[in-house]
Design a protein around this ligand. Structure first.
Ligand code: MG
Length: 383
């Protein structure tokens, strides 16, 4: 079974005030829409993710989804329904078995909810997540209650709403020109039976500034996964006056050979972070064949890896480095090295470990032919 996600980001800023639509506002350091997209990108059952946007948001969108592996954005129509229809049309060549349609303004979607909606599709032609109505319901007019409304069997519908792709594509095509508020409405008009499954109170739609504050608080309680990456690097000595380790220049009677500044410690650390993300190695991101990186400050490589962690909805918990050489002696430089790493990673210095060791005169390090470094990085990110 293949599943695609269609994230709908057609809304404007009207209720939010200001020029920036709510889905592009920052939530815990990354845009609301990026949180919504990451929930699908990180889910193993979702193969493709497409996003429907307004043409006037194109530049904002490109910035918000930088480095993410998405299908090209789809330009939406005048209504939400028309936008979804365009998005489904864009998925037609991929013809997934299932499609999950989701509002970009629901950034706290979690994997348990996605799992429930996908499971419901095993036995149903459509599935909608929602939460039962807990409050008493009243109908009021001109400030007076005119009716009590029974709340039994009433649910607040959320997204994702999931369907067999061909069924919902057909339903939307047939419904063109009408104006349903969600895809369940479109589906039911076409005779598709839709199951209601448990959503989550945290999967609410960010509509006001207060919602954004609430979402930020709730994010702290969202389940996280821990990942550990390791890195290793070696650079050989060449004639010189100093070596650079952890961004700190240390006087020495030799230098380190390398295309960049040869900061072997930062290279190992960059690889550890890339490893934790499953994002390849430093050579893939910054090929030594590329002249742009000649004599480059390796802090830039590390900063790139940090950005990938942050943009993936993650944070660095801890890093630990071991530098292996006979000389120079590093003990008095370690505080400055730690401080510089904490600064580049933007974490507290207590989360940075630096150790130095020799190899008792053995091997290439023992023969003073070069310096080796190994690093471990622990990160946390949303699942
Ligand atoms: Mg290197």
């Amino acid at each position: 079974m293949t599943a695609a996600a269609l994230v709908v980001a057609g809304g404007s800023a009207q209720r939010f005030g200001g020029d920036i639509p709510k889905q592009y506002r920052s939530l815990a350091g990354i845009p609301v829409i990026r949180h919504s997209i990451l929930a699908f990108l990180h889910h193993p059952a979702i193969r493709d993710v497409a996003v429907v946007i307004r043409s006037e948001d194109r530049a904002r969108y490109d910035q918000a989804v930088e480095h993410l592996d998405l299908l090209p954005p789809v330009l939406g129509g005048d209504t939400r329904q028309a936008s979804v229809c365009q998005g489904l049309e864009a998925l037609r060549p991929l013809n997934p078995d299932h499609v999950l349609i989701h509002d970009a303004a629901r950034p706290l979607l979690n994997h348990a909810v996605i799992d429930r909606v996908l499971t419901a599709l095993d036995r149903n032609d459509g599935a909608c997540v929602g939460v039962p109505v807990a409050d008493s319901l009243k109908r009021a007019s001109s400030g007076r209650i005119i009716d009590d409304v029974a709340r039994a069997d009433l649910w607040r519908a959320q997204t994702p709403q999931a369907f067999r792709f061909q069924d919902i594509l057909k339903a939307h095509t047939e419904a063109a020109g009408t104006d349903f508020t969600d895809d369940v409405g479109v589906a039911r008009a076409s005779g598709i039976e839709v199951a209601m499954v448990d959503g989550d109170e945290t999967n609410f739609k960010v509509t006001t500034m207060d919602d954004l504050v609430r979402a930020e608080q709730l994010l702290k309680r969202v389940p996280l996964e821990t990942r550990v990456g390791q890195g290793f690097d070696v650079h050989r000595f060449e004639p010189g006056t100093h070596v650079r380790l952890c961004g700190v220049d240390i006087a020495h009677d030799q230098g380190l050979a390398g295309h960049s500044d040869a900061d072997v410690a930062l290279h190992a650390l960059t690889d550890a972070l890339l490893g934790a993300l499953g994002e390849g190695d430093i050579g893939e991101h910054f090929p030594p064949s590329d002249d742009r990186w000649r004599d480059a400050d390796s802090a830039m490589f590390l900063r790139h890896a940090v950005d990938l962690v942050t943009q993936g909805g993650g944070r660095i918990v801890h890093v630990d480095l071991t530098i292996i050489c006979e000389a120079p002696k590093l003990s008095r430089h370690k505080p400055a090295m730690r401080e510089r790493i904490a600064e580049i990673l933007d974490i507290d210095i207590s989360r940075v470990g630096i150790k130095a060791t020799t190899t008792e005169g053995l091997g290439f390090a023992g023969r003073r032919e070069g310096i080796a470094a190994q690093a471990v990085a622990t990160i946390e990110r949303r699942i």
